[in-house]
Design a protein around this ligand. Sequence first.
Ligand SMILES: N[C@@H](CCC(=O)N[C@@H](CS)C(=O)NCC(=O)O)C(=O)O
Length: 244
Amino acid sequence: MSVRLYRVNGSHPCATVEAALELKGISYRIVELIPPLHAPVMRVLFGRRTVPAMTIDGEKISGSRAILRRLDELVPEPALLPADADQRAAVLEAEAWGDEVLQPLVRRVLWPTFRAHPEAMASFQEGGKLPPLPLPVLRLIAPGATRLEMRMNGATDATYRADLRALLTLLDRIDGWIAAGVLGAASPNAADLQIAASLRLLMCLGDLRPLIEPRPAGALALKVFPSRAGDAPTGLIPADLLPA
Ligand SMILES: N[C@@H](CCC(=O)N[C@@H](CS)C(=O)NCC(=O)O)C(=O)O
């Protein structure tokens, strides 16, 4: 099987897909693109502007959830969805929430933080296939790139405040799923991979990590993704915007 993953280094849904590939022992090649330039390239190649996308023996699949479904069909073990119908429905619901609610929130928090502190982007480049941009170049391109990313992701000063305010409620929801056994089993399911990738990226912000790490949600993120690139110091997010 010839598998090619189209990714942006550091992208959380790309991390979800890579973790699924590793779990299933599927070897793959990486085609790495630079954000936000990847969007028009992906539109041409896949008809949709987002990563992750994948070719499997020439078949094109776009989107983290669709890719995980296809990987389960091709390599059933370990299964990313439970066999029991009720449990499966619960995992699919959590996975969809992770994709549609949590994933975009992470982008709406990250890009305004990078706009205000472009130097914080440097550590997020580690582990990439492309050479990292030197700090002066990052500083030069940051105003344009972060503005574009914010527009692409509907991020504004108002969403920044609202998303940070909502964070504890979202973490409560994740902790509830862990308590109910929907998330956090020994072998990660599709929702674990989806939600943990977003949480782990948020934990790369020093201001947010202490809010997440002590909770079951934080333990889940660190179990599924023990390490990842990105280490932003505290003090980047204004203290009055942080949830108490
Ligand atoms: N939620 C979808 C989309 C992922 C997504 O939005 N990826 C971002 C990078 S993390 C992207 O490619 N954004 C480009 C754009 O919005 O044009 C998925 O999980 O596959």
